[in-house]
Design a protein around this ligand. Structure first.
Ligand code: PLP
Length: 403
């Protein structure tokens, strides 16, 4: 009997989905073997996953957590931010980058991106937002393309700011030869299914500091001084609760999945790079569309393929035609400062984000994933050409209209 998989359902809906996971029989067997051990919470697989991940991203410590958002919350706690403090984050990011700072009571201040060709925050756009109350900065490596980290690191050192990297798009990525996630005091990763490495739900905090690693481990598990795994192994009996913590733990089942994914991360990032280059090579010269970042960006992880239409008014007809042709698309991202909970907070006035607004009004994300085959690539190329033609038709907004 053949089972219906999510992939079958997606294929029925989409000829080419936006993303897909590289899940193999060996992954499923590893998960089943873990279930058979009957030890499902923190244990040897978590330890192996943390150690392998730390080595992979050049970090001294890696702490597995329940998702990327809890990783960010722990990072902001490590930064010791709270009411009265300001935290600078991009608005061009997934909302969790900002929300996790709000959990601490700190005020979120949005920095613009450098340009539509390099839509990440920079030392210049961060410096514009620094005030005497600024205590931390969180950068986000959009699409897996590194922010220019040397000047950002220098700015943070000079001003005494705690530097966090939201590296959810960038496991295995580098900037200037140094792994993304290892530039700041704390780096955060997400293993959600659309990310370059997935455990279902899951995340990782990395740090080079022994002291921060100890505190993050405490907060991850209720602020308790011992884990049930240590007690199970006879290493400890009682425990104390020394700080206010959470239950942000990952489990053995997910760690088993992550270990297989981690072993294939480098190869899968290369496959993403190759498919991205094929798509950009075929579409880069088309009228009405362009692509941010250089086509071959050393160290990038090619998490998504963002494209930029010439006019904001073209986006809806363009995406509608892609959908009719069976090609899934998305928008990364609606800018966070435009969401109601951020609009209603004081402090956004006088902080214009013109580049973010322009970019997010014209951006469309095209399919990109490591298991994409030559047929998928040509389907996307043909569909984009047709959708560009459709978005130019006179029923849409006239050309030259201000976008
Ligand atoms: C996915 C993502 C997150 C949140 O991760 P979860 O694991 O879904 O909580 C945070 N920041 C960015 C940039 C992301 O892409």
């Amino acid at each position: 009997m053949t089972k219906t998989t999510q992939r079958d359902i997606d294929v029925a809906t989409w000829k080419v989905p936006l993303s897909d996971i590289d899940l193999r029989d060996e992954d499923i067997e590893r998960v089943v073997a873990t279930l058979r051990t009957r030890w499902l919470s923190t244990g040897p697989r978590i330890q192996e996953f943390e150690e392998t991940f730390a080595a992979r991203v050049g970090a001294r410590h890696a702490i597995a957590v329940s998702n990327g958002t809890t990783a960010l919350h722990l990072a902001y706690r490590a930064a010791d931010v709270g009411p009265g403090d300001e935290v600078i984050v991009p608005s061009l990011t997934f909302v969790a980058t900002a929300n996790a700072a709000l959990y601490t009571g700190a005020k979120v201040v949005f920095a613009d991106v450098e340009s539509v060709d390099r839509p990440v925050v920079s030392a210049r756009t961060i410096a514009e937002r620094v005030t005497p109350r600024t205590k931390a900065v969180c950068v986000m490596h959009y699409g897996g393309h590194g922010c220019a980290m040397e000047p950002i690191g220098e700015l943070c050192r000079e001003r005494g700011l705690f530097l966090i990297e939201d590296a959810a798009h960038a496991p295995g990525g580098r900037w200037g030869g140094r792994p993304l996630g290892s530039w700041g005091q704390v780096g955060c990763f997400s293993f959600f299914p659309n990310k370059n490495l997935t455990t279902g739900e899951g995340g990782m905090v990395v740090t080079g500091s022994d002291a921060l690693a100890d505190r993050i481990r405490l907060w991850r598990s209720h602020g308790m001084t011992t884990l049930s795994w240590d007690r199970h192994k006879g290493h400890a009996s009682g425990y104390d609760v020394v700080e206010l913590g959470y239950n942000y733990r990952l489990d053995e089942i997910r760690a088993a999945l992550g270990l297989g994914q981690l072993a294939r991360l480098a190869a899968n990032n290369e496959r993403r790079a190759a498919r991205s280059q094929e798509l950009r090579g075929a579409l880069g010269a088309e009228e009405g569309i362009s692509f941010p970042f250089p086509p071959a960006d050393p160290g990038a992880t090619y998490h998504i393929l963002p494209a930029l239409l010439d006019r904001a008014g073209a986006r809806e007809p363009f995406r509608r035609r892609l959908q009719e042709l069976g090609v899934q698309s998305s928008v990364h991202y609606p800018p966070v400062h435009r969401f109601r909970i951020y609009r209603e907070r004081e402090g956004s006035e006088g902080c214009p984000l013109p580049v973010t607004e322009d970019f997010t009004a014209r951006e469309v994300t095209l399919p990109l994933y490591p298991t994409m085959n030559a047929n998928d690539v040509s389907t996307v190329i043909e569909a984009v050409r047709e959708a560009l033609a459709a978005s130019r038709e006179p029923s849409g907004t006239p050309r030259g209209d201000a976008s």
